[in-house]
Design a protein around this ligand. Structure first.
Ligand code: ASP
Length: 312
C-alpha cells in the first residue's frame, strides 16, 4: 500500500469552505470516469455550502449542506454510500460542531437516517452539554431520528447493496468560516468496511475526528479511526495551534501522533483568519475549497481548477 506524505496550505477570504471526501488508496483503483464523477460531487458540495455562505449565512449550516450533498451522492462512504459491517448491515457515524458556542451534535452506530449529518444537526439543536445529550448511539439514535421526522435510509440499501462507493475510504467532512468569523466543522462516515456491528470510530467524537472553536481552528479528520480516536487527533491540532505552531506544523505533528498509534489518514483544518491546511499520509485524499475568488477540487485530474462562478 502506498504511503505518501502530503501537505498543502493557503489562505482563503471570508467566508470560505474546505471539504474532503476521504483519505485512502483509491486513486489507482478508480477509473477516469469515476474520478470525474467524484470531482463533480465535490464541486456540487462546495456549491451547496456557498449558497449558504455567500449571502451571509452561518458556517454551521454551510458545513451541514456540504456534507449532506456528499452523503446524498452515494459515491462516498457516508449516507447513501456508507459501507457495510461484517453482518452486511450499515451503521453510520456523524458529528457537527459550532465553533461559536462550542456545541456539538453527533450520532453513532445509527441505521435510520438517510442523512446522518442532518441527524447530528438535530441532536445539536437539543442544546449542548449543559442542556441535553450531544451524542446518541444505536437504537436510541434511530428512535430520535424517527421521532424527529428525519428521512429514513432506503431499506433496500440496508445491506450495503445498490450503491457502491467509488472510494471505500471516502468519509466526508467540511470546515467553514462565515461572514461573521464563526467556524464550524462536520464529518460523516460509514466507518470501516466490514467493521464489527457497534464499532464507532473518531468521526462523531469531539476532539478526535471533529472539532470547531472560534478561538482556534475547525478540523475534520479521515482515516483509521481507532488511532485518531486514541490520539485525540483534532485536539492535538488545536493544542499545537494554540501553543503557537503554524497550522501546517500542528497538523503534521498530530498526524504523526496518529501514525505512532498505527493509523494513517488525513484532515482538513481552517483557522479563524482564513488560513487552511490539508494533509494526508495515504496515497490520495479527495478535497476542495471555495471562497469568493476560487472554487477548487484536488487531486483527481489535471486541470481541475475552475474559476468561481463556473458552476451553480
Ligand atoms: N475515520 C473513519 C472511521 O474510522 C473512517 C475514514 O475516515 O475512512 O470510522
Amino acid at each position: 500500500m502506498t504511503r505518501g506524505a502530503f501537505l498543502e496550505s493557503g489562505a482563503l477570504g471570508t467566508p470560505a469552505v474546505v471539504i474532503h471526501g476521504g483519505a485512502g488508496e483509491f486513486l489507482s483503483a478508480t477509473s477516469p470516469a469515476d474520478l470525474a464523477q467524484l470531482e463533480e460531487d465535490l464541486f456540487t458540495a462546495l456549491g451547496a455550502a456557498w449558497e449558504v455562505l455567500d449571502p451571509g449565512g452561518p458556517a454551521l449550516d454551510a458545513v451541514v449542506e456540504a456534507v449532506a450533498s456528499l452523503e446524498a451522492s452515494g459515491h462516498f462512504n457516508a449516507g447513501r454510500g456508507a459501507v457495510a459491517t461484517c453482518d452486511g448491515t450499515v451503521e453510520t457515524d456523524s458529528a457537527v460542531m459550532d465553533g461559536a458556542s462550542g456545541t456539538i451534535g453527533a450520532i453513532c452506530a445509527a441505521t435510520w437516517p438517510e442523512s446522518p449529518i442532518r441527524a447530528a444537526r438535530a441532536v445539536l439543536a437539543l442544546g449542548g452539554p449543559a442542556e441535553g445529550p450531544i451524542l446518541l448511539a444505536g437504537a436510541g439514535a434511530d428512535r430520535f431520528c424517527e421521532k424527529a421526522g428525519l428521512a429514513r435510509r432506503d431499506p433496500a440499501l440496508l445491506s450495503g447493496e445498490g450503491v457502491v462507493p467509488i472510494s471505500r475510504s471516502g468519509t466526508v467532512g467540511a470546515v467553514a468560516i462565515d461572514s461573521d468569523g464563526h467556524l464550524a466543522a462536520a464529518t460523516s462516515t460509514g466507518g470501516r468496511l466490514g467493521k464489527l456491528p457497534g464499532r464507532v470510530g473518531d468521526s462523531p467524537i469531539a476532539g478526535a475526528g471533529t472539532w470547531a472553536n472560534d478561538r482556534s481552528v475547525a478540523v475534520s479528520g479521515t482515516g483509521e479511526g481507532e488511532s485518531f480516536l486514541v490520539a485525540g487527533f483534532a485536539h492535538l491540532v488545536e493544542w499545537g495551534v494554540t501553543a503557537g505552531a503554524p497550522l501546517e506544523a500542528a497538523l503534521r505533528d498530530a498526524l504523526g501522533s496518529v501514525r505512532a498509534r498505527g493509523g494513517h489518514g488525513g484532515a482538513i483544518v481552517l483557522a479563524g483568519d482564513g488560513r487552511f491546511a490539508v494533509a494526508y499520509d495515504t496515497s490520495a485524499m479527495a478535497r476542495g475549497w471555495r471562497d469568493a475568488s476560487c472554487s477548487t477540487v484536488r487531486p483527481l485530474r489535471p486541470g481541475h481548477d475552475r474559476p468561481a462562478g463556473a458552476q451553480s
